[in-house]
Write a protein of this length. Structure first.
Length: 92
């Protein structure tokens, strides 16, 4: 197993040591590893939720030269529409 040295404020060090001596963890390292694992699992869960949201967000668009050109045209149209709706600045 690889080792890593981290610096903690005294208060957090004591907290980790106390948790490491508790019933759920045998050492402070076990406690820190469990926090990292939980954070990793939560990150994967968030990514999975975003992927599912994307899948459920509407009809899929096949990535092709034609679809990219349609997206570019739509972006240009929206930009032109936005520019025409903006107030004109008067020069002094």
């Amino acid at each position: 197993m690889a080792q890593m040295s981290i610096s903690l404020p005294e208060e957090l060090k004591h907290f980790a040591e106390k948790k490491g001596r508790g019933g759920d963890y045998s050492t402070p390292s076990d406690y820190i590893r469990s926090l990292i694992r939980r954070d990793k699992e939560e990150a994967w869960a968030r990514l999975e939720a975003m992927l599912i949201e994307g899948l459920n967000s509407g009809e899929a668009i096949v990535d092709s030269r034609e679809s990219r050109e349609l997206l570019r045209k739509e972006a240009r149209r929206r930009l032109a529409e936005h520019r025409t709706s903006m107030p004109v600045k008067k020069q002094a």
